[in-house]
Design a protein around this ligand. Structure first.
Ligand code: ADP
Length: 292
């Protein structure tokens, strides 16, 4: 098991479960509502922590009522927050999520008015303590400084970068990490209709992965072989919120253990598929067998 650091965000997720997704200008009653901690990096850490890793989060925590849910959840998951920037005033990012019972799909409206974790915050972290560092592809200029710093001073410390959304200059980050984790949304934004076409268009000799929802995931190995894993759909599709974050955790967990990419991809799809069959992340890994 490893000490894993993730840099990114935590959010307050307000999740309304509805029978089916509403049409515009309609009114409907939610079947249930929950307020939970969300955010890509912290979701991934929650799953990695269940898999037995010692996890730390680097991000911004604001001392306001909504951060209590977030702090409580991170503490429950055993995630260390001592690397965070803690601010006395402001507002934590909030995601308003509509989860359709009919399809398991999640639609998200995100509100953010919160400072980003900066390079100077990152430089305070004792990186010698870690065996893997994972970044969210956001806050591009500062993340580039973090990645450059990491590769210059800790060349043997493996790191991964998640590229979920297109953002100006995000491609400037691609040369630094050992593993790139792309979303279907990003590949489509770049004009590709298949993951394999997207992956072969990239010119990097590293492991590059692209998850493709209910079709599973593809990757290209450093020696340019295309790898595919089928999806592992659950008996009933319940909740796809955080499937990508779970996939990333399954992949990092496998790569930390030096499992070869084909099996790592399969493990990640299996764990993510399993997650789609339940609400949230609780006890996700209890009966889960990883292939080594
Ligand atoms: P997100 O939208 O959360 O970023 P993706 O849709 O890319 O995540 O899915 C990540 C992984 O989760 C996929 O590679 C797949 O293995 C699994 N997954 C997602 N949706 C489904 C589904 N409907 N059935 C089975 N597996 C799924």
């Amino acid at each position: 098991m490893a000490n894993i650091l993730a840099i990114g965000i935590a959010t307050l997720d307000i999740i309304n479960v509805v029978e089916s997704y509403p049409t515009e200008d309609s009114e409907l009653r939610a079947l249930s509502q929950q307020q939970l901690r969300g955010g890509n990096a912290t979701n991934t850490l929650t799953v990695l922590s269940q898999l037995g890793h010692d996890c730390s989060w680097g991000g911004v925590l604001i001392d306001e009522p909504d951060s209590q849910i977030i702090k409580h959840d991170l503490a429950n998951s055993g995630i260390d927050i001592s690397s965070c920037k803690q601010l006395a005033s402001g507002k934590m990012p909030t995601s308003y999520i509509t989860l359709s019972k009919k399809t398991g799909s999640r639609s998200i409206i995100h509100h953010r008015d919160c400072p980003e974790f900066s390079f100077s915050d990152f430089k305070k972290i004792k990186l010698d303590d870690f065996g893997w560092v994972h970044f969210e592809g956001r806050n591009i200029a500062e993340t580039q400084l973090m990645l450059q710093h990491l590769k210059q001073h800790y060349p043997n410390l493996p790191c991964s970068l998640e590229i979920e959304k297109p953002r100006a200059d995000i491609e400037q980050l691609f040369e630094f990490p050992d593993v790139l984790l792309f979303s279907q949304h990003y590949a489509e934004y770049r004009g590709f209709s298949t993951a394999s076409d997207f992956l072969t268009s990239l010119d990097h000799d590293k492991l590059i992965v692209c998850a493709w929802g209910k079709h599973g995931a593809w990757a290209i190995s450093p020696d340019k072989n295309i790898i595919h894993s089928t999806p592992f759909p659950p008996a009933q599709l319940i909740d796809t919120l955080g499937a990508g974050d779970t996939f990333n955790a399954g992949l990092i967990h496998s790569l930390v253990a030096n499992i070869e990419p084909q099996k790592a991809l399969k493990n990640a799809c299996q764990l993510a598929g399993h997650k789609c069959g339940q609400y949230g992340f609780a006890n996700l890994t209890t009966h889960f067998e990883f292939q080594s």
